[in-house]
Design a binder for this molecule. Structure first.
Ligand code: HEC
Ligand code: HEC
Length: 244
């Protein structure tokens, strides 16, 4: 029975961890004109997918992929025609990405990745930007491991969205979804040592959900989100959960 729920989770492998943003048609960049909203949307969708890759790399504990994607974010150039008002925010985002790229360990990378998200949110807020996410499906129900993992994924996508938009309301939705009955390690393994490790990580996720509800500013939110990514990664490493 135990292996059944494990296998069921495995079947979720193709599920995308983070929300996908609907794309708007591409138009070529013209150096002399300020960018059109559709051009910004395309440019941003690239930010967005790189930032999603970065988070996936962190959860997978893949430092090489962390370095590659974070470097892209740290080095890619400003959108042509974008106003000077973008500069300080871009600098903030690049600085966070650079810390992630040069991280000596996964924990540092996780924290810096969350800082990248907060930097996205700072620029959006500073420019009154409207950012919309489309997140598939509703919060999964049920007490088995698969439903739990689905809720983790859903909740962390909401937290990320809350950071990037930024939106206190969406952040709280994600926080609430994490702050629930922890995952039951016995459903996944018979190994005592592994069970202990999983229990610690599961408790930590639960704790972070409660903490997230109290995180009222971008700094606190980024700190909480970074801890969360590190905890996902830690349990995945312990359980050999494989690449997401
Ligand atoms: C308590 C341990 C634990 C924690 C904490 C944890 N996971 Fe998992 N996760 C697992 C296990 C076990 C699997 C199943 C792997 C398998 O069956 O190959 C899994 C699978 C997944 C999958 C893929 C499902 C599949 O089809 O393999 C995703 C995506 C995922 N987790 C995301 C996350 C995210 C995001 C977090 C943090 C918010 C997180 N996990 C936290 C243990 C954990
Ligand atoms: C330097 C400023 C700046 C930074 C940094 C920034 N953005 Fe944006 N972003 C904008 C502006 C301006 C818009 C346009 C919003 C509008 O049309 O109202 C936007 C729009 C978006 C949109 C909506 C696009 C659409 O479909 O309309 C998404 C998604 C987005 N950004 C994601 C991100 C992510 C993820 C990051 C960080 C990795 C990021 N942005 C960093 C300025 C920024």
């Amino acid at each position: 029975m135990r292996m059944t729920s494990h296998a069921a989770i495995r079947s979720l492998k193709s599920t995308v961890i983070l929300p996908i943003v609907a794309l708007v048609a591409v138009t070529a960049c013209d150096k002399d004109k300020p960018p059109e909203p559709a051009e910004i949307a395309v440019h941003m969708s690239e930010h967005f997918s790189r930032a999603a890759d970065l988070q996936r790399a962190v959860v997978n504990g893949d430092m090489e992929a962390v370095e590659g994607t974070a470097n892209w974010l740290a080095e890619h150039s400003k959108m042509s025609g974008a106003p000077a008002s973008w500069d300080p925010y871009l600098a903030e985002m690049r600085a966070a990405a650079e810390v992630a790229a040069k991280s000596p360990d996964l924990y540092t990378a996780a924290k810096a990745t969350a800082r990248v998200g907060a930097a996205c949110g700072d620029c959006h807020k500073g420019h009154g930007a409207t950012v919309k996410f489309s997140i598939d499906g509703a919060l999964a129900e049920g007490g088995d491991t698969e439903a739990h993992m689905n809720r983790h994924v859903w909740a962390s996508a909401r937290l990320w969205e809350g950071l990037v938009v930024p939106s206190a309301e969406v952040w709280q939705t994600g926080a609430k979804a994490l702050d629930e009955v922890p995952l039951v390690p016995e459903e996944v393994t018979d190994d005592d040592e592994l069970m202990t490790e999983m229990q610690l990580a599961a408790n930590r996720v639960h704790e972070l959900g409660a903490g997230a509800r109290q995180a009222l500013d971008p700094d606190m939110r980024a700190a909480t989100y970074g801890e969360l990514l590190a905890t996902c990664s830690r349990c995945h490493r312990a359980t050999g959960a494989g690449q997401i």
